[in-house]
Design a protein around this ligand. Structure first.
Ligand code: F6R
Length: 310
């Protein structure tokens, strides 16, 4: 049941601290501050690249994962939407890991991509929420998200659980490949274990966010900007606004703004900038200022340090 919530989507958004914590516990040993020895039954040291594919929100989760695998584990990731991947006839190496991301485990294009990789002789791993699904059954290895049933049509808690699994796997891969030290592993595990607490804090901003949303609900178009891992989050933000509010939205890599879309920015165009105080912060803020100079109404999503630093 929806409990005290207005709809399932709201309920599922509020479940995030709990289900993220539950999901992370499947991969992380909180007591020791390390990756669990049984987190990934894959020898990532022997994997030459990852061929990844998914649809919609699950694809955007995979795109964030690409940044993590490449930076933390020095493991290259090719990722494409499954509706393209399945027909691309891309050359695949048998030493690659085929990785799929799906909440339902039934999405037709993702399943077809999975079957294609299996035929090519690749090991198939799937990050999946529904353990009894077709994709779960047909995979060599499943990496479960423990988000519980997702009833709302828009993926919310499944997305953040997918990110939790991808981050954990990237750290596990880095450990196996010797690209991170024991100390770095502990640091990353510590940071991951803090996410449920941060999610709880973020949810407390709900009434403040609702005020902004009320204004946003009046516009016709919106732009989301981000760099690095925040770029796929900008794409996901735009998808959610389109899907739920029927407002036209585009997600852009912040650095691409000057290569065309800046022409669209004026007083009627809200620009939602995703810029926590990370390695991309200064660059994104400078793109934000370009948008502000064109009269765009800026909504900045950042953290405490970013709030003081911009
Ligand atoms: C968007 C959304 C969809 C799904 C996509 C893949 O909110 O829910 O974009 O993410 O249809 O579905 P699964 O993850 O079940 O393969």
């Amino acid at each position: 049941s929806k409990g005290n919530h207005r709809h399932f989507m709201e309920k599922e958004i509020h479940e995030q601290p709990e289900v993220i914590s539950h999901t992370l516990a499947n991969y992380l040993d909180f007591a020791n501050g390390t990756i669990r020895a049984d987190a990934a039954p894959i020898d990532f040291a022997k994997v030459d690249r990852i061929a990844a594919s998914a649809c919609g929100t699950a694809f955007y989760a995979g795109l964030v994962g690409k940044y993590w695998f490449e930076r933390i584990a020095r493991l290259p990731v090719d990722i494409d939407v499954a509706s393209e991947f399945r027909y691309r006839e891309m050359p695949l190496s048998k030493d690659s890991l085929a990785l799929f991301v799906s909440q339902s485990g039934e999405t037709a294009d993702t399943l077809a991509s999975l079957r294609y990789c299996k035929e090519q002789g690749l090991t198939v791993g799937t990050i999946v929420n529904v353990k009894e699904s077709t994709m779960a059954r047909e995979s060599d290895t499943i990496f479960p998200t423990l988000a519980g049933p997702e009833v709302g049509v828009a993926s919310t808690k499944a997305f953040t659980c997918q990110l939790s699994v991808l981050a954990s796997l990237a750290v596990a891969a880095g450990k196996m490949r010797g690209t991170i030290t024991d100390q770095e592993e502990r640091q990353l595990v510590r940071e991951l274990s803090e996410i449920p607490r941060y999610a709880t804090q973020a949810l407390k901003l709900e009434s403040q966010i609702e005020g902004i949303s009320r204004e946003l609900s009046q516009v016709k178009h919106a732009l989301y900007l981000g760099r690095g891992t925040n770029y796929p989050l900008a794409l996901e933000g735009a998808l959610k606004l389109k899907e739920i509010s029927y407002i036209h939205a585009e997600g852009y890599a912040a650095g691409e703004l000057k290569h065309g879309p800046i022409a669209l920015i004026d007083e009627s165009m809200p620009v939602i900038v995703i810029a926590p105080h990370d390695r991309w912060f200064e660059k994104t803020i400078s793109n934000m200022q370009e948008a502000a100079a064109r009269g765009g109404k800026i909504i900045l999503i950042t953290d405490e340090t970013g709030r003081c630093g911009q």
